[in-house]
Each structure stands twice: as C-alpha cells, then as structure tokens.
Design a protein around this ligand. Structure first.
Ligand SMILES: [Zn+2]
Length: 119
C-alpha cells in the first residue's frame, strides 16, 4: 500500500479537532453555503428573469444581457443574503470588476471589525 493511503487512514482515526474560536463573519465567508442552497438558486434565477439587463451597463447607457446576480452590499458583510433589495443583475465583466471592489470593501470591513473584537 502507498504512503498516501496510510496517511488517509491515519487522518480518519484522529480525534475531532477542537473548534477554533472565530468571528461569525469570517466563519460565514469561508463557507459559500447559501450559494448552494435551493432557495438561492430559485431566487437568483427568478431575479435574472425579471432583470435581464446588466444594471451597471444600463447605468452607463449600454444594453448588455445579465449573466449573474450580485449582492450590492457584498456577501458576507450584508445583513440578509436573500434580501432582494440588495441584489442586482450584472454581466460577467461588471461582476468581475464589482468582485474586485468587493474584496477591498470586505478587507476593510474585516480590519474594522477585528479591531473591535480585540477590545
Ligand atoms: Zn455589465
């Protein structure tokens, strides 16, 4: 038997690891759980049907079909994942650009909240 199998067997026999204390928001960010839920699949599909045009392109005067549904206040820092008022339909390009802006926003949010946790 190879070492790989040996290691796997050993891993599975290890006692459960103690739970690490983590702020809730970080916990949520690691898991993309809601994106895999039936509720989100159904909601995002219906949202795109009623919002067939990319919202950001439309604001810029371009008519581009939407391909995905975006959280205006990004997950995981929005209050309610399923709040339709926090959703907008975007095309691939706008979604990518928005994703980059969101990363900075989430990083800034974490810096502020982690400081609060330490006090
Ligand atoms: Zn767009």
């Amino acid at each position: 038997m190879s070492n790989r199998f040996g290691k796997l067997a050993w891993d599975s026999e290890r006692p459960p690891q103690p739970k690490r204390e983590m702020p809730m928001a970080l916990h949520r960010e690691r898991s993309d759980g809601p994106y895999h839920s039936y509720r989100w699949t159904r909601l995002s599909r219906a949202f795109r049907v009623s919002h067939p045009i990319c919202a950001e392109c439309e604001r810029a005067g371009r008519i581009v079909p939407s391909t995905c549904v975006d959280h205006i206040v990004p997950w995981p820092i929005c209050e309610d994942f399923f709040d339709e008022k926090n959703l907008q339909a975007l095309c691939d390009r706008c979604n990518m650009e928005k994703g980059n802006r969101d990363k900075k926003r989430i990083a800034r949010w974490k810096r502020i909240h982690q400081k609060e946790d330490k006090q």
